[in-house]
Design a protein around this ligand. Structure first.
Ligand code: PLP
Length: 377
């Protein structure tokens, strides 16, 4: 939309939402056409040719996500993993990348199984430790990947500090901003070059649409290379999914405010509970990343993890006793979810055996706390 210097809440409601020029409909139409009429020599008539290479519903979503992140361009994908793999697999063979020691399992598996097949070398770095990032960059790294807050331990990485280190070494910085959403954190403004989202989570907001996005600080060759790759390899977001995600944008700031308020109250309750050994929530002053999070986030988000006294047995027993929190993977929907991460991380789990990850939803917080209290006692 035209640059009007709007607040983010306003952008969320209006970006990509211009009324339909043909009918005046105030809600964006869904264009399901796979193909668009062109001239006899293939000339584009209405700007589009084939759905895999772009469609009007998806373009609206791309404009909205770029506006919310303050980026020059956005690309959308069939899933968050498609966004990650299209970006990383567009790097030249022989590239070296650094990924966080705590991050979404899918990135770890991609890095261990698939990137080496493309001769991309991966090192794992504790991104909460800027000295470790500095040391890795000194060895020669082409791309640093941060995920902050991280999944599932809620580690905080200092985006501005890492951007400074990365750029001093000519290294690209990519930030997975899924947990925070652009409402709480804008990595491009802090110096990141690309932001990645699993739009399956807070953007969609209702656990009913899969998708991913990359937002580029500049409309540059990297953007063009990744756009070309997705157009050819075909991990395109379907128009109905784009439409649902665009609808999610409208309420994103309002939902994030309630996710944050509920998660703060839940984290405070759990920190005071004797059955809980540790609460990983960056909003708690004792969280090691609290000061950095205060600097770079507007609020601390709806995700947290807990480590229970009594190990795996206690964690599974608690997860099994909950009535309102559903045992399920994923996050960012209206309903509260809980998951024993080690059980779903495959053959080589990295999460502590006593860790449960919570996606705090939009239910009344007193009901959520009562559910947790009953399950812990
Ligand atoms: N990044 C993070 C932080 C995630 O939590 C997830 C999925 O849970 C992904 C990326 C992958 O996204 P998707 O499941 O949409 O492929």
């Amino acid at each position: 939309m035209k640059k009007l210097n709007l607040h983010q809440h306003t952008l969320a409601v209006h970006a990509g939402g211009e009324s339909d020029p043909e009918t005046g409909a105030v809600v964006a139409p869904i264009h399901l056409a796979t193909t668009f009429r062109h001239g006899p020599a293939g000339e584009r008539v209405g700007g589009y040719e084939y759905q895999r290479e772009g469609n009007p519903t998806n373009d609206r979503l791309c404009n909205a996500i770029a506006a919310l992140e303050g980026g020059a361009r956005a690309l959308t994908f069939a899933s968050g993993m498609a966004a990650i793999s299209n970006l990383l697999e567009s790097l030249p063979a022989g590239s070296r990348i650094a990924i966080p020691d705590d991050c979404y399992t899918g990135l770890r598996i991609l890095a261990a199984e698939f990137l080496p097949q493309r001769a991309i070398k991966v090192v794992t770095v504790n991104m909460a430790n800027t000295d470790a990032v500095q040391a890795a960059c000194a060895e020669g790294i082409d791309l640093i990947w941060v995920e902050t807050p991280s999944n599932p331990r809620m580690t905080i990485s200092d985006i501005a500090a890492i951007a400074g280190i990365a750029h001093a070494h000519g290294t690209l910085l990519v930030c997975d901003n899924t947990f925070a959403s652009p409402v709480l954190q804008q990595p491009l403004a802090l110096g990141a070059d690309v932001v990645m989202h699993s739009t399956t989570k807070y953007f969609g907001g209702h656990s009913d649409v899969l998708g991913g996005a990359l937002v580029f600080a500049r409309a540059d060759e990297l953007h063009d290379r990744v756009a070309h790759r997705v157009h050819v390899t075909g991990a395109t977001l379907a128009p109905f999914s784009a439409w649902l995600t665009l609808r999610g944008c409208r309420s994103l700031p309002a939902r994030m405010a309630m996710h944050c308020a509920n998660a703060r109250a839940v984290s405070e309750f759990l920190s005071g509970h004797p059955a809980v050994e540790r609460v990983n929530y960056p909003g708690l002053p004792k969280h090691p990343g609290h000061d950095v999070a205060r600097r770079q986030m507007r609020d601390f988000g709806g995700m947290l993890s807990i480590e229970l006294r009594g190990g795996k047995t206690a964690a599974l027993a608690m997860a099994g006793r909950l009535r309102l929190f559903t045992n399920a993977t994923s996050l960012g929907g209206c309903e509260s979810l809980i998951e024993h991460r080690a059980s779903v991380e495959g053959n080589d789990p990295v999460s502590p055996a006593n860790l449960l990850r919570l996606s705090v939803g939009l239910e009344h917080v007193d009901d959520l706390i009562a559910d947790l209290e009953a399950a812990l006692s």
